[in-house]
Design a protein around this ligand. Structure first.
Ligand code: SF4
Length: 351
């Protein structure tokens, strides 16, 4: 537990650092969990005028194409049972969400983990597991496939929309956004390690791997502002209690055993070479082929694409709060608990 004096001292040092730098900093938090922590703890108001926090593309639900939802609904209509994490349920597809399809009788079940889902799939159902997430979640899907193989199940497939964090970050930093520094996702770093983010140094941008508690964020901002002040581009690790230099080697081996890189669509960034993971060819019998038009999303009135690339704050979207709320979401950034629109709605003193 930090004393109030100690906390004030850290806050003042961060502000002093920024005053020495001489401008308001644009800092991107790559991960949606950080977005929520920043707004829930009021850091956007505490550092108002000092730091402009920008949300990145690290919320897996937010970057998923609506066509993926349509694919799952079509598969459900073909009598497959879809197993999905609950946060995907309310994401709008072209005509409806999975929740609405479920209300109309489609066989859609919520899973708490893909391993549990495999345990619970009955012999008489043809099951499809919706595999969505970044490297943090991929090992769980690898474990579930291992279980499918052990049990010799022939009635389980995976609809893979899995993402990697490095490629979209490279595209974002190269083509879309100018920032002074990055708060890097602690849970992805748990798997990939500090080594997995060394590529950020090539962009000559200071960065810090951070945990998610308020003190984690404060110490990370302290570290990051010091790095910016010193032009230090080394990736710093302020989540040492969890993140190792080399990451989780067992989990990485699991990922490599079952998955390989593929191109993947990211809302806001488009199709990114090597931005996703698919099952290796020897496991293709367990993979569902997905089809959708990448461009179809861009006609939507929802401005998630701009929010996810730091061009627009959620409250600048004309639909925000008026039409689009967590109860009536018009886009994935409002659906997901980790979405920036949802975080702004719940915690943001945005005006
Ligand atoms: Fe999309 Fe709603 Fe966010 Fe606007 S407020 S960008 S409609 S999710």
């Amino acid at each position: 537990m930090q004393t109030l004096e100690a906390v004030n001292a850290i806050v003042n040092t961060i502000k002093n650092n920024i005053e020495k730098i001489g401008r308001q900093l644009r800092i991107i938090e790559v991960c949606g969990t950080h977005t929520v922590s920043i707004y829930r703890n009021g850091f956007h108001t505490l550092f108002k005028g000092y730091i402009d926090f920008i949300s990145g593309p690290g919320c897996p639900v937010c970057v998923t194409h609506e066509g993926y939802i349509d694919n799952l609904i079509e598969l459900a209509k073909m009598n497959y049972t879809i197993y999905t994490f609950g946060d995907l349920l309310k994401v709008p597809g072209k005509n409806m969400s999975l929740a609405e399809a479920k209300a109309e009788g489609a066989k859609i079940k919520i899973m708490y983990s893909p391993v549990d889902a495999v345990e619970n799939i009955s012999a008489d159902e043809e099951a499809i597991i919706a595999a969505v997430g970044f490297e943090t979640t991929v090992p769980a899907f690898a474990l579930s496939l291992e279980k499918v193989l052990e049990k010799d199940l022939k009635n389980v497939k995976f609809a893979c929309e899995l993402k990697t964090i490095d490629q979209p970050l490279k595209v974002l930093l190269k083509d879309h956004i100018k920032v002074d520094g990055l708060i890097l996702p602690g849970h992805v770093a748990t798997i990939l390690g500090v080594d997995g983010f060394k590529f950020v140094e090539e962009f000559k941008l200071p960065s810090v791997i951070s945990g998610f508690e308020k003190y984690d964020i404060l110490f990370s901002l302290l570290s990051l502002t010091q790095s910016i002040l010193n032009n230090d581009f080394t990736v710093k690790n302020e989540y040492k209690r969890v993140v190792k230099k080399e990451g989780n080697t067992v989990a990485k081996r699991y990922i490599e055993r079952f998955f390989e890189r593929t191109d993947a669509y990211f809302r806001g960034l488009g199709l990114i070479e090597g931005g996703g993971l698919r099952l290796k060819s020897e496991y293709s019998a367990f993979s569902v082929q997905l089809k959708y038009e990448y461009e179809s999303l861009f006609n939507s009135a929802c401005r998630c694409t701009d929010v996810l690339t730091g061009k627009l704050k959620p409250f600048e979207c004309p639909l925000f709060e008026k039409v689009c709320t967590p109860q009536t979401p018009k886009g994935a950034c409002m659906v997901s608990q980790e979405g920036s629109c949802n975080a702004y709605f719940r915690y943001g003193k945005w005006k």
